[in-house]
Design a protein around this ligand. Structure first.
Ligand SMILES: C[C@H]1O[C@H](OP(=O)(O)OP(=O)(O)OC[C@H]2O[C@@H](n3cnc4c(=O)[nH]c(N)nc43)[C@H](O)[C@@H]2O)[C@@H](O)[C@@H](O)C1=O
Length: 284
């Protein structure tokens, strides 16, 4: 069985590749000439890497026609919410065009590939207290350009299933963390700041954004197993939330990370880390 992973050089993509290789799947991954390979350097001998620019329909059709994958895990995206405020057009174009090109290639080539698309809990956006725990049927009230890009990806998945019968499974993933998580995201960022303070290369001040937001965190290795199960057992056209069903305020997460360290720190809000609107999941 052949699987194609877009975004294989990224955080989730590298774990997806490990999971599939451990399950004896033949793994293909799309890379760009400027891709950094550090997340998959330990795997490259076992992978089939193909150069592909997802925004370019010709490039995508050529790669998918060449690989003819049984499974596609579409994980490539601009995934950092704050960047989407600074470059909303780029985020929306990157995330939507890339996916559209994959769907069109599979459709035009007449393939039966099963396609998992990485949608997000950010799509739910504003949630009312009576709506927790959040079900897949909850209204979508997106609060960032990133969230809009994910709602669009999600509904494109629905539409290509309904219109053309493409086997698309939509996974709405809540926050995830683990080895190789990018240093901009909150768990890695706070951990890095604490490590730098421990090493004496940063004054004992942790810069933070909104500590009152709540998030549901899952280990990335469980997330990729969820993506595999979504294609193995999920119904085409359907949406699946992937989460741990536990909620932390970001302040609780910071305190947990600080409890692993002996350093005394001062916590300082950095206005640049606050967002024009942030997803605030209400308490149960
Ligand atoms: C499901 C979803 O999950 C991720 O999106 P995110 O939740 O925005 O992730 P994050 O780690 O940037 O922020 C988490 C929370 O933490 C707050 N926060 C406080 N202080 C800092 C801070 O200093 N840095 C950051 N980054 N966040 C901070 C921040 O305001 C937010 O409330 C992506 O994978 C996304 O692709 C995705 O789909």
């Amino acid at each position: 069985m052949k699987a194609l992973i877009t975004g294989i050089t990224g955080f989730v993509g590298s774990h997806m590749a490990e999971y599939l290789l451990n399950n004896n799947i033949e793994v293909y991954g799309t890379i760009r000439h400027r891709s950094r390979m550090n997340h998959i350097s330990h795997l490259v001998d076992d992978l089939n890497l193909v150069e592909c620019e997802l925004r370019d329909p010709f490039s995508v059709e050529s790669v998918i026609g060449h690989v003819k994958p049984d499974l596609i895990f579409h994980l490539a995206a601009q995934s950092f919410v704050p960047t989407s405020w600074n470059s909303p057009m780029d985020t929306i174009h990157n995330n939507v065009a890339g996916q559209l090109n994959i769907f069109e290639a599979v459709r035009r080539l007449g393939l039966n590939s099963k396609i998992q698309i990485a949608c997000s809990s950010e799509e739910y956006g504003h949630v009312e207290p009576s709506e927790v725990p959040i079900k897949e049927t909850n209204p979508l009230r997106p609060l960032s350009p990133y969230a809009i890009s994910k709602v669009t990806q999600d509904y494109l998945g629905y539409q290509y299933y309904k219109s053309y019968g493409l086997h698309v499974v939509r996974t709405r993933t809540f926050n995830h963390t683990g080895p190789r998580r990018g240093e901009n995201f909150v768990t890695s960022n706070f951990s890095k700041q604490i490590a730098e303070i421990e090493k004496g290369i940063k004054p004992p001040v942790i810069h933070v954004g909104n500590l009152q937001a709540k998030r549901d965190f899952t280990d990335v290795r469980d997330i990729v197993r969820g993506y595999w199960l979504a294609l193995e057992k999920g119904d085409p056209g359907d949406d699946y939330n992937i989460a741990s069903n536990t909620c932390w305020t970001i302040e609780e997460m910071l305190n947990l990370l600080l409890s692993y360290s002996k350093v005394e720190v001062q916590v300082q809000e950095d206005p640049a880390r606050l967002r024009p609107s942030d997803v605030e999941i209400p308490a149960r």
